[in-house]
Design a protein around this ligand. Structure first.
Ligand code: NI
Length: 178
């Protein structure tokens, strides 16, 4: 919803952490792309690069709209924007380590599709389609998960989750105290 972006104080946005309930919500498509949305995207890139992440979804800054930013190469000029993304196809499998700025201190081995085709709108509201494999494909799937309220710890089994119980408990305590 555009209104959520309009009302947000962009400078005050921060990356929110597990178990903030906003990370578990299904986000809403964005109906309008304008300067205000581009200002949000810039702020998200700032938070992503500062946090040393390669992707950041809007729910991670507490705004439940369907968009994410990414920089698979972590280069300042490799700025990718996906608004209302849809994964059109997934082929093959890859397994690899993933982290998330919203679950600091937790790295999980996750199986994802190896090649994905995504359709989305760019920062000017123009539709595009991209096919990616390996690392970028992993990022697009991870970020799309955020838009559906799913975190990396929801993608792993109870054993892997158990291995991170201390960190998760600590994050839960920090959230309860905030
Ligand atoms: Ni994440």
């Amino acid at each position: 919803m555009y209104a959520k972006i309009e009302q947000a104080n962009l400078d005050a946005l921060r990356v929110i952490h597990y178990p903030d309930p906003r990370l578990g919500e299904i986000s809403t498509p964005l109906e309008r792309v304008d300067d205000r949305v581009r200002a949000l995207l810039n702020r998200m890139f700032e938070l992503m690069f500062t946090g040393r992440g390669v992707g950041l979804a809007a729910p991670q800054v507490g705004i439940n709209v369907r968009l994410f930013v990414a920089s698979p190469t972590f280069e300042e000029d490799d700025r990718q924007v996906f608004i209302n993304p849809e994964i059109l196809s997934v082929e093959g499998k890859q397994e690899g380590e993933e982290g998330c700025l919203s679950v600091p201190g937790v790295n999980c081995r996750i199986t994802r599709g190896n090649v994905v085709t995504v359709r989305a709108l760019d920062a000017y509201g123009e539709p595009f389609e991209v096919t990616a494999e390996e690392m970028p494909a992993r990022i697009y799937q991870h970020e799309t998960d955020h838009l559906d309220g799913r975190l990396l710890i929801d993608r792993v089994g109870t054993v892997a989750r158990f291995a991170h119980r201390r960190t998760l408990k600590q994050l839960e305590a920090e959230f309860a105290a905030s």
